[in-house]
Write a protein that binds this ligand. Structure first.
Ligand code: LLP
Length: 422
């Protein structure tokens, strides 16, 4: 069993839905990102089921994977989008996404990005500082528009996750400290081109328990009640994203378990009518993708065995950046298994940090294909061209059919816009 139901071995060969991965490697080359359409749909269904009949708007945190085919699939399923840049806004508009279902997050929104989002008519700006609040009001005034606003509050809760992806502690750069939030709302209420519509938090990523969400919710409920006492009534409560996925053997928090508890808490405070917004990224796409790579060389040094593959840290930076674990599956399991050795899976980039997995028992030969699992989220979107390596192609598998949703970049495209001095 792999961590992802749509990527399973059949007759000893790893498939993406109904397509054997060696076929894709043969046709499109490696390294190659391969996604499963059904896995996207299944992940979406878990949120839909969790929402029951309540007013829940899921805004896909598209920074996890912003390929147009991926976001279009979610659009078709009814998703909104959590964006963090003018670039992500442009992607949603390019697929005809509904701006009324876009929430705009991020600590550093520039004036041009605010303008573009106001002109598009986004549902809400998740504002993260007083400076941003003042700028948003000014930009909206210039355009003669009202800017819908939610404050991203930093509730100071520990999400028990990796420090780089924990965002709800008071030492993080994100959000407005919960103790200052009331004052900032009061200020917002005096501004002519701001319309207060909600409150927001996002406490971190790869969270596997409900407790941090519920702690944050308690603090937000206090705030909502204080605001109501001053005549400031909110339409929505945005709990951000962050639900974790199984990279190996993590216990999972399901959207259903989380939302059941959220609804119960809100109902008990008479807040059952608030619209709930969620901004899941990883949990919608993480296990819907793999990175397919070929073994170029096996190298046995006195201290280590290395499998040098054709994917590298520029294609998937999570291992070296976060010490993240990704399962590695041999695409073809051998009949007469040679003794498995313990390998570090490394790429060709000139950095010791260029590794994808460490100390994995595998039986390998040169030319073998490996699948780096759980590579649907924060994988292609964090890729770079380091070492002048073109980004891999991206393929979406739908049953027996493979669609190229982004071709492999050409080498020439890497420098076509550069120029030498006269
Ligand atoms: N909303 C906001 C405001 C966010 O900052 C994020 C992620 C999300 C939603 C989506 O969170 P998710 O459901 O995917 O956990 N590159 C890191 C993850 C960084 C997450 C950044 N913010 C990684 O590869 O683990």
């Amino acid at each position: 069993m792999t961590v992802a139901p749509q990527f399973q071995h059949k007759n000893g060969v790893l498939h993406a839905e109904n397509i054997p991965l060696p076929e894709l490697a043969h046709q499109y080359g490696t390294p190659l990102y391969v996604y499963s359409r059904q896995a996207l749909r299944d992940a979406w269904a878990a949120y839909q089921e969790a929402a029951q009949a309540r007013d829940v708007l899921v805004c896909y945190g598209m920074k996890a994977n912003s390929n147009l085919a991926v976001i279009n699939e979610f659009k078709t399923l009814g998703s909104g989008f959590d964006i963090v840049s003018g670039g992500e806004l442009a992607r949603v508009l390019a697929i005809g996404g509904d701006p009324g279902k876009i929430v705009f997050s991020g600590v550093g929104k520039q004036a041009w990005e605010m303008r573009a989002a106001l002109e598009a008519g986004v549902k809400c700006f998740n504002v993260e500082s007083e400076g941003e609040l003042e700028r948003l009001d000014a930009v909206a005034r210039e355009l003669g528009k009202m800017a819908p606003l939610s404050l991203r509050v930093n509730p100071d809760v520990d999400a028990h996750t990796h420090p780089y992806i924990s965002t709800g502690l008071k030492e993080n750069k994100f959000g407005i400290a919960i103790e200052n939030a009331l004052d900032v709302y009061r200020r917002a209420a005096t501004l002519g081109n701001i319309q207060i519509v909600g409150v927001d938090c996002h406490i971190g990523s790869q969270i596997t328990e409900a407790a941090p969400y519920l702690d944050a919710l308690d603090k937000l409920i206090d705030l909502i009640q204080s605001l109501a006492a001053e005549g400031i009534h909110l339409q929505h409560l945005d709990l951000g994203g962050g639900i974790g996925i199984r990279y190996t053997d993590e216990t999972l928090l399901s959207p259903r378990v989380l939302l059941d508890q959220v609804f119960k808490k809100l109902d008990s405070h008479g807040l059952g009518d608030l619209q709930i917004i969620l901004e899941p990224g990883r949990s919608l796409v993480g296990n819907a993708g793999i990175l397919l790579t070929a073994v170029e060389y096996l190298k046995h040094s006195p201290a280590k065995n290395f499998a040098i593959v054709d994917a590298a840290m520029n294609d998937l930076i999570r291992p070296t950046l976060y010490d993240a674990w990704h399962d590695v599956e041999a695409v073809q399991t051998r009949q007469n298994t040679d003794e498995a050795l313990t390998y570090d899976i490394v790429g060709p980039v000139c950095e010791s940090g260029d590794w994808l997995a460490r100390d994995r028992p595998l039986s390998l030969q040169q030319g073998d294909l490996l699948a780096i699992m759980s590579a649907g989220a924060y994988a292609f979107t964090m890729a770079s061209h380091y070492n002048s390596r073109p980004c891999p192609a991206e393929i979406m598998v739908d049953g027996y059919q493979a669609h190229v949703i982004r071709p492999r970049e050409t080498i020439e495209s890497l420098f076509q816009d550069e120029s030498v001095l006269p």
